[in-house]
Design a protein around this ligand. Structure first.
Ligand SMILES: Nc1ncnc2c1ncn2[C@@H]1O[C@H](COP(=O)(O)OP(=O)(O)OP(=O)(O)O)[C@@H](O)[C@H]1O
Ligand SMILES: O=c1ccn([C@@H]2O[C@H](COP(=O)(O)O)[C@@H](O)[C@H]2O)c(=O)[nH]1
Ligand SMILES: [Mg+2]
Length: 238
């Protein structure tokens, strides 16, 4: 099941921003329960130590994940963790892992899950905020399972930025941030890896009713207006 972000605008809030039961009550309550679901709390896991509220932000290279995450942070007080950015910082630290990661990023390959999850966990543990936007992760089923096992939590919601390949290529080639993987050869490899690995993850969260598919064509502001209802629905819930 694909959730359409705009359908959340039908939620009705009281002054405390809790949805009211009305003729749309069944739908409203379902959305509310989904947003406010207690995180899984296993023994010794991060979610036992703090109340986590996690959104995975997915989409192909250049689909606009980072751009929209910045707007979500500004408007809804999340902490943005870009998995790719954490990997690039690890490369810059000249660690042993960094050398392996650089080789993989140049080839557009997916870095072993334990390396990425280790970096995410470290950031999540050191952050007072429990509300995280995890950008560009999980990229495949192995990533997803590793996160759930190591962090001991599932995302509360998943955004998927749906963008045609030609638009993603155009955006990445115009990005001009000096990334080693922003060249046409690596972009083609990244797109192939994305096409081959993302679907099972999307499908998994879709079946759980956690997926919000966002049309990623339009101006940055137009796209944010499609994203906003997903977060506005649970503002004040935590
Ligand atoms: N709606 C938009 N229209 C045109 N350009 C955009 C739009 N959104 C973002 N961009 C630009 O496209 C480029 C890629 O955007 P962004 O870095 O947010 O994508 P991303 O999904 O994080 O990519 P990656 O997975 O490669 O990190 C950036 O230069 C950004 O400024
Ligand atoms: O979870 C992840 C995230 C990223 N990678 C690698 O990094 C590059 C760049 O990622 P962006 O999300 O575009 O910043 C990506 O192509 C992968 O090589 C990863 O392996 N795992
Ligand atoms: Mg990005």
């Amino acid at each position: 099941m694909w959730r359409r972000a705009t359908s959340l605008s039908s939620l009705i809030f009281s002054s405390s921003r809790r949805p009211l039961r009305d003729q749309q009550g069944a739908y409203s309550l379902k959305a509310w329960e989904f947003f406010c679901a207690e995180p899984f709390k296993g023994e010794g896991c991060l979610s036992k130590e703090k109340n986590l509220f996690i959104t995975f932000v997915l989409g192909g290279p250049g689909s606009g994940k980072g751009t929209q995450c910045a707007k979500i942070v500004e408007n809804f007080g999340y902490t943005h963790l870009s998995a790719g950015e954490l990997l690039r910082q690890e490369i810059a630290s000249n660690s042993e892992d960094g050398a392996v990661i650089l080789d993989m990023i140049k080839e557009g390959k997916i870095v072993p899950s334990e390396m990425t999850v280790k970096l995410l966990k470290k950031e999540m543990e050191s952050c007072d905020n429990g509300k995280f936007l995890i950008d560009g992760f999980p990229r495949n089923e192995e990533n997803r399972i590793a996160f759930e096992q190591i962090i001991g939590a599932e995302p509360n919601s998943v955004l998927f930025f749906d963008c045609p390949e030609e638009e993603m290529i155009k955006r990445v080639l115009n990005r001009n941030e000096g990334r080693v993987d922003d060249n046409i050869d690596t972009i083609r490899k990244r797109l192939k890896v994305f096409a081959a690995s993302h679907y099972p993850v999307i499908e998994y969260y879709s079946k759980k009713g956690k997926l919000y598919k966002i049309d990623a064509i339009g101006t940055e502001d137009e796209i944010f207006e499609r994203v906003r209802p997903v977060f506005a629905a649970c503002k004040g819930a935590h």
